[in-house]
Design a binder for this molecule. Structure first.
Ligand SMILES: Cc1cc2nc3c(=O)[nH]c(=O)nc-3n(C[C@H](O)[C@H](O)[C@H](O)COP(=O)(O)OP(=O)(O)OC[C@H]3O[C@@H](n4cnc5c(N)ncnc54)[C@H](O)[C@@H]3O)c2cc1C
Length: 544
């Protein structure tokens, strides 16, 4: 072993979990190295809105607001749906507020996201209005010097804005109506917001501290010495030795068909995350006896689609419909019977319905399912982030009448006609009597700017009508390595595996449980990255 291949901390994966752990370790005086499988850094974190949810955060306090711990714990308990580990949840609640200022000291400035309320504001105990959701401020990619092009930039969604701007400007599905001059300037300056901005901030901080970063270097297995993890072997055979610990932060497993079958077996599941998500960390951990926990009612799942553009040779556009098309007026989602089955604008309401199994047909009740929209949607909102008013690509089924469209999609025609008739009545009245679409305050906070009583509702009535099959896609995998409140990975015998930590979605979401609240994944990565680094500093001898 040469000096160059030995570090205090070896971190595998460069999303929010890995970047945070590598930076915190270095900031605390440990030597760290970041190892990334892909050519570009950032993983799924670059697809995210970059929202960070921290109760009682320092920005709230600076604004003179109070946020009692008991209320935050109540809300987290509600979100957890019976699937949280108390110690981890409390670690998240107690250390999140101090994690944010820690990162600010490393040069990452945060700002509140105005107007964004908790998802269950007005519904769940402890939920509150704006304040808990923050995001990193804009940053230019130029600040990364020669690493500028080494951050993943999602090609199918705008990222030269903050999430706050995106919401204030009318929502992602109207982005071609945003100030195009400003956007052009932002692109020219390579200004980055949302997940890409957060990753850029963290990479900048790592480079400033001269933390080595390896790209195109997949980790293959963990190195053991007398039961202790002492490093990782890369696929090319290089060994990286870790004096204090290895942090697994390799994200989810959406691109691993075996793990998907094992843990998230929904029919028609289509990965919309970057292809690096093959569950490598789960496999490396399991190989040495790590316990794996699956969150049974994981609501972190979305419906999406892959759209083939008209231009020959153009690559398909990946789109999470659950946070754009399905939240917009003039759209519904129906099953094979032509029936709606949930509030389309709230993916947490949709997810459990996708898991319902019909014992008589021995098949899911609501899969496959289709997004149905009309020409008013096409004229006023973006499909798959294409400019508003773009021609709908030929690959999308269309028809002059609903029965004809139903025939093309294989959906029951009478069912679809009846469903649309009822839905249009609700849209005109502004009240969805079946599923209450658009009534939650959180939904209104991200509405699309339509000036109507219920911004989430608009009739589906003006031909041509369009239909696209939607596929379940994992926002965050249901299973991960079981970890404790210090982010230590637990063995099958429920003792910590010495020297092994996990953060991000490679670790089971036991601090969060079943529920979804935008910003929890980023906040968890930031918080447990810090807690893992602090634990390695405090407890794990074998110092440099
Ligand atoms: C459209 C969308 C919007 C979202 N918005 C938000 C939001 O606003 N707020 C929020 O909190 N969450 C959001 N999420 C969820 C969030 O993006 C993820 O939960 C989070 O990014 C996961 O971070 P991670 O570090 O665990 O994994 P990732 O960011 O996926 O990073 C894992 C990295 O590990 C690398 N890797 C894999 N295997 C290896 C290996 N063997 N060796 C080395 N490297 C490896 C991968 O290539 C990848 O770069 C959103 C998700 C989506 C899809």
């Amino acid at each position: 072993m040469t000096a160059a291949t030995a570090f205090d901390v070896v971190v595998l994966g460069s999303g929010i979990g890995g970047l945070s752990a590598a930076l915190c370790a270095r900031a605390l005086g440990l030597s760290s190295i970041l190892v990334e499988k892909n050519a570009r850094l950032g993983g799924t974190t670059c697809d995210s809105y970059g929202l960070i949810w921290v109760g009682d955060n320092h920005l709230m306090r600076a604004a003179g607001e109070t946020d009692a711990r008991a209320g935050i714990v109540d809300y987290m308990t509600f979100l957890g749906g019976g699937e949280i580990e108390q110690a981890r949840m409390e670690a998240f609640v107690d250390h999140g507020p101090r994690a944010l200022p820690f990162y600010e000291k490393q040069g990452i400035a945060f700002a509140p996201v105005p107007g964004v309320v908790d998802h269950y504001f007005g519904v769940a105990p402890g939920a509150r209005g704006p304040g808990r959701t923050v995001e990193a401020q804009l940053i230019s990619g130029r600040e990364l010097g020669k690493w500028r092009d080494r951050v993943r930039a999602p090609k199918d969604a705008p990222y030269n804005v903050t999430a706050g701007e995106q919401i204030a400007w009318g929502g992602i599905n109207r982005y071609s109506s945003w100030d195009q001059t400003l956007l052009a300037q932002r692109r020219a300056d390579d200004m980055r917001g949302k997940g890409v901005g957060l990753v850029t901030h963290l990479v900048k901080a790592l480079l400033a501290r001269e933390v080595p970063i390896l790209v195109e270097s997949p980790a293959d297995r963990l190195l053991l010495d007398d039961g202790r993890v002492v490093g990782a072997r890369l696929a090319d055979g290089r060994d990286l030795h870790a004096r204090r610990g290895v942090v697994i932060a390799t994200g989810g497993y959406e691109w691993n068909a075996d793990l998907m079958r094992d843990f998230d077996p929904l029919p028609g599941l289509q990965p919309l995350s970057p292809p690096g998500q093959t569950g490598d960390g789960l496999i490396m951990g399991a190989e040495i006896g790590a316990a794996i926990r699956r969150i049974q009612n994981n609501l972190n799942l979305m419906l999406g689609f892959s759209l083939t553009p008209d231009e020959p040779g153009a690559s398909p556009i990946q789109c999470m419909a659950g946070i754009s098309e399905m939240c917009s007026p003039h759209t519904i989602v129906v099953n094979r019977a032509g029936r709606r089955f949930a509030d389309e604008s709230y993916f947490q309401a949709v997810v459990p319905m996708l898991r319902i199994f019909d014992p008589m047909r021995h098949a899911p009740v609501n899969l496959p399912c289709w997004l149905i929209f009309d020409s008013r949607y096409a004229a006023n909102y973006a499909l798959a982030h294409l400019p508003v008013g773009s021609k709908i690509p030929d690959s999308v089924a269309r028809a002059g009448s609903l029965p004809e469209l139903a025939g093309k999609l294989g959906v029951d025609a009478d069912g679809l006609v009846a469903t649309v008739g009822r839905f249009n009545d609700y849209a005109r009245a502004g009240v969805d009597e079946e599923f209450h679409r658009g009534e939650l305050r959180w939904r209104l906070a991200t509405a699309t700017g339509a000036a109507r009583k219920n911004p989430g509702l608009g009739p589906v009535e003006k031909p041509p009508f369009y239909g696209i099959e939607l596929h379940p896609s994992l926002g965050t995998s249901s299973a991960g390595l079981l970890t404790d409140e210090h982010a230590r990975v637990l063995h099958q015998r429920r003792r910590p595996i010495p020297g092994l930590y996990a953060t991000g979605v490679a670790s089971a979401r036991t601090e969060l449980g079943a529920g979804y609240q935008a910003g929890l994944n980023m906040a968890s990565g930031l918080t447990f990255g810090l807690l893992a680094a602090e634990h390695m500093l405090r407890e794990n001898g074998r110092s440099a």
